[in-house]
Design a protein around this ligand. Structure first.
Ligand code: ZN
Length: 200
């Protein structure tokens, strides 16, 4: 069975990060990790913008921002220390801990109880790997409740549940008008279908 770390990281870091973020709400670790996630998403978008700029043009303010932010994020990550390590069974959401594991310390608290400590640094590392792979967008906060993190396999996966999708739609301007219009269209289609089908 092929379980190279490259393969397992890419597929399991998303689930691992989602599960851990949902599991450490209300802690200082959660604040640091969500801020890291937010900053990495922003950094990636700006880095892409810089890459897309036409050859020969220098966007000096953007390059300055990228340089400063890159240093700032890297300094924040320096609080975590890692060592090589392996895991013998599937951890929370996968085998993320087979390669580098974060060393438990005052600056790197345990955030989830498992058969071994899962720490803030392990989640930070998963987020960094997802950033490097361009997959950070798959770890998302629900756009309605802003409370549940979820796996977004595609860019149009925006909500943690059906309830949140419906609630979001209901709160959008023009909901009642859209609903009335849809119901009118539904009744019209039904009528047409019945007319076509005759009274068989
Ligand atoms: Zn939600």
């Amino acid at each position: 069975m092929d379980t190279s770390t490259a393969v397992t990281h890419k597929t399991s870091d998303v689930m691992f990060a989602v599960r851990c973020l949902n599991g450490c709400k209300g802690t200082a670790a959660y604040e640091r990790l969500t801020s890291l996630h937010r900053d990495l998403v922003e950094f990636k978008a700006k880095a892409d913008e810089q890459r897309r700029s036409p050859k020969g043009t220098l966007n000096v303010p953007l390059m300055g921002w990228l340089d400063g932010q890159h240093r700032e994020i890297s300094e924040r990550l320096a609080r975590y220390h890692f060592r090589p390590g392996i895991n013998w069974h599937s951890a929370v959401g996968g085998e993320c801990r087979s390669s580098l594991v974060a060393i438990l310390s005052r600056k790197n608290p345990q955030i989830i109880k498992a058969s071994f400590p899962i720490t803030e640094g392990d989640v930070a590392m998963a987020l960094v790997r997802l950033y490097a792979d361009g997959d950070l967008g798959k770890v998302r906060l629900c756009e309605n409740c802003h409370n549940r993190w979820r796996v977004a396999a595609h860019s149009n996966y925006r909500f943690c549940s059906k309830e949140c999708r419906v609630q979001f739609d209901e709160n959008r301007p023009g909901y009642h008008e859209r609903k009335k219009k849809n119901q009118r269209q539904y009744r019209k289609t039904l009528k047409e279908m019945r007319a076509k089908g005759g009274d068989r």
